[in-house]
Design a protein around this ligand. Structure first.
Ligand code: NDP
Length: 320
């Protein structure tokens, strides 16, 4: 039996190729996109593993495309409406990264509030011996009121990790979450008024665009802290920089940025800002698990049209 051909996008999680190579014929997407493949090669491709997005035009360059597998949980770069129109199934990798991302959120919170990056640098730069102890961190995690903007798969894991810190926990989502006892706020504005720490873990959608704005940041207060492990899209970075400059916000910890990998240079000047290069799920074990789920989705699709984790926009009907 001939193997199905899968096209891998550039800069992919390295474990994906390992998982797929024994079962599929793999080709790498040209830098110019699938349009550069030529008609014969393009017609061979039945599946794509796409990191960072896949447009309608890219899909239309592949006449026999059946499935697009995204090696991440956020699939905002994939034109799912067009995929649905064409009958192409899109899959992603939920749940297997929840723990890693939640751990990163907590680490970023502690790092930002207690300034551990600067403290470690103090030791490494030899300043402890020469100049004495590192300055006290103005803020503490103790006694904080933490608001989660998003309480889905990852948000719930972040909340569970916050409980032993004995902080108050509240959240905002579009609808209240069944079975949780954290205080629910029907608007982001009301959540921001009620807390001093906001952790963002919502997807990139039209509705979440730059919703963390000047008013939300001001409501967190001068000792307030913003943590973002969702998408940079959610935060108005100009407003964030202005709030930090004015001292109306106490600090920010960011794993994601509006136009990453570009990070506004002004953000790097603040001692009370901790920045990471979008590494929330970036450990070998978690990326291996994500790659394994990409493999299970493609294998499930080609074996019996049963991908494991299709996205809601391209549901796969149950077997008749
Ligand atoms: P889920 O879909 O499980 O949860 C999303 C949560 O956001 C839900 O609670 C949902 O509640 C809420 N939400 C969605 N839209 C809105 C809105 N307009 N207003 C308020 N709340 C909203 O997703 P995950 O927890 O698995 O992942 C969340 C996001 O985190 C991903 O989409 C991805 O972009 C990002 N992410 C970032 C990573 C990184 O490396 N930094 C790694 C992994 C994920 P409701 O529907 O009730 O509104």
């Amino acid at each position: 039996m001939s193997r199905n051909t899968v096209m891998l996008s550039q800069n992919l999680n390295p474990f994906v190729e390992k998982v797929l190579k024994d079962e599929f014929n793999l080709i790498t997407m040209p830098e110019e996109g699938p349009q550069a493949l030529g008609a014969e090669k393009a017609a061979e491709i039945r599946a794509v593993v796409a990191f960072g997005g896949f447009s309608a035009a890219q899909m239309d360059a592949l006449p026999n495309l059946e499935i697009i597998s995204c090696p991440g949980v956020g699939y905002d770069g994939i034109d799912t409406a067009h995929a649905a129109d064409r009958g192409i199934v899109v899959t992603h990798t939920p749940n297997v990264l929840n723990d890693e991302v939640a751990d990163t959120a907590i680490a970023l919170l502690l790092n930002t509030v207690r300034r551990f990056y600067s403290a470690e640098k103090w030791v490494r730069d030899g300043r402890w011996e020469k100049e004495g102890g590192f300055p006290l961190s103005p803020l503490t995690v103790k006694g904080r009121k933490v608001g989660l903007y998003g309480l889905g798969r990852i948000g719930l894991e972040i909340a569970a990790r916050l409980e032993p810190f004995k902080v108050e926990i509240a959240y905002h989502t579009r609808s209240p979450k069944k079975g949780v006892t954290y205080a629910y706020h029907p608007t982001l504005a009301s959540l921001a008024e009620a807390v001093d720490t906001l952790i963002c873990i919502v997807p990139k959608t039209d509705e979440t665009h730059k919703t963390v704005d000047a008013a939300v940041l001001k409501a967190l207060g001068p000792e307030g802290v913003l943590i973002n492990v969702g998408r940079g899209w959610t935060v108005n970075e100009d407003d964030l920089i202005a709030a930090l400059e004015a001292g109306t916000l106490g600090g920010a910890g960011l794993d994601v940025f509006y136009d990453e990998p570009k990070v506004p240079s002004r953000l790097l000047d603040f001692d009370n800002v901790s920045v990471l290069p979008h590494v929330a799920s970036a450990s070998v074990p978690t990326r291996e698990a994500m790659a394994a789920l990409v493999g299970d989705n493609l294998k499930g699709w080609f074996a019996e049209k049963r991908p494991v984790t299709p996205v809601p926009e391209t549901p796969v009907p149950p077997k008749a």
